[in-house]
Design a protein around this ligand. Structure first.
Ligand code: ADE
Ligand code: ZN
Length: 337
């Protein structure tokens, strides 16, 4: 059996604010004098029982209010990148939700400078590379998205792309057609959460109207056969988050998850952690959960790891280098090294 824990991989779908470990949540609340309804780590963990996406988002938005100063953004980002490094993640593309901070008076530079500092430190300390994606919150008007794009001008070359998260039902991708067109016109990559709680029609809108490079989640695409064929034919990557989907009751348990089926249907599927402490695991925990519940073969696990690089926004030569390192790791294991 291949050691998937040690396999080089990329993580393409995680939210920096959603990587706040309970201990750091309490520490930052104390540091900044922010009142939160939890006194102990156990109380935070007990609150991680979700009925659906909205019950999680309520906790996510409450939790991120402990992030105030530049060093808080640095600490949270660096802690995630350290964990990712321990899971053999060589490259991470991370979401930040700017509106959640701007709306409570945190400035754009506070947030960005703090995160960028951690990204550089983690590159030096662990050799891990990373990219930053601005994730619009879909419950807010499209006009706010343009404000975010405007504020990002000063950080133009430090941002990989534009994403879309938050409560999906009732907030279809088409609501953001113009701001996504503006991001594409700037040369940014684009992606949207779609088909997590929303239906296949939302995935189709993200592809056809937003013209995204990747779909985040996308698991509900299976309700539309033609769409599944389109995703396979165009190799539009899906950044699937198996543990998240089970915790948010998109699937009742891991044995019901469709990631193996989608992979076997030839889609460019990847496995990711989304909001790791909230959903009970980092990226390797997701690989392990899939292997155990869905009988993924070694070859399929390797395919997931390879897909994570080919679906990334790294330059082609970097992708090729990472793919060679996966092949070398497998060859080394086969030779009994
Ligand atoms: N923001 C953080 N995690 C999210 C998820 N799983 N879906 C939508 N928005 C999110
Ligand atoms: Zn997400």
């Amino acid at each position: 059996m291949i050691d998937i824990l040690a396999l080089p991989k990329a993580e393409l779908h995680m939210h920096i604010e959603g990587s706040l470990e309970p201990a750091m949540l309490l520490e930052l609340a104390a540091r900044n004098g922010v009142a939160i309804p939890f006194a102990t780590q156990a109380e935070v963990e007990a609150a991680c029982e979700f009925q659906n996406l909205q019950t999680f988002l309520d906790l996510y938005y409450a939790g991120l209010t402990v992030m105030c100063g530049r060093e808080d953004f640095t600490d949270v980002t660096y802690a995630y990148l350290r964990k990712a490094h321990e899971d053999a993640v060589k490259h991470a593309e991370m979401f930040i939700s700017p509106q959640a901070h701007l709306r409570r008076g945190i400035t754009f530079p506070t947030m960005m400078d703090g995160i960028l500092e951690a990204m550089e430190a983690a590159r030096q300390d662990f050799g891990i590379t990373s990219g930053l994606i601005l994730g619009l919150q879909r419950q807010f008007p499209e006009a706010e998205g343009f404000e975010v794009l405007e504020q990002a001008r000063a950080y133009e070359d430090r941002v990989v792309g534009l994403g879309l998260g938050g409560p999906e039902l009732g907030n279809p991708p088409s609501k953001f057609e113009r701001v996504f067109a503006a991001a594409r016109a700037r040369g940014w990559k684009t992606m949207a959460h779609a088909g997590e709680e929303g239906g296949a029609d939302y995935v189709r809108e993200a592809v056809e109207i937003l013209k995204v490079d990747r779909i985040d989640h996308g698991v509900r695409c299976e309700d539309d056969d033609d769409l599944v064929h389109l995703l396979a034919e165009r190799q539009i990557p899906l950044t699937v988050c198996p543990l998240s989907n089970v915790r948010l009751k998109v699937f009742q348990d891991m044995a019901e998850h469709n990631i193996a089926r989608l992979l076997r249907a030839g889609l460019a599927v990847t496995a990711n952690s989304d909001d790791p402490p909230y959903f009970g695991g980092y990226v390797n925990d997701n690989y392990v959960a899939c292997r155990e519940a869905l009988d993924l073969t070694d070859a399929e696990l390797v395919q997931l790891a390879k897909n994570s690089f080919t679906a990334s926004f790294l330059p082609q030569e970097e992708i090729a280098r990472h793919l060679r390192s996966i092949d070398a790791a497998i060859a080394g294991a086969a030779a009994g090294e």
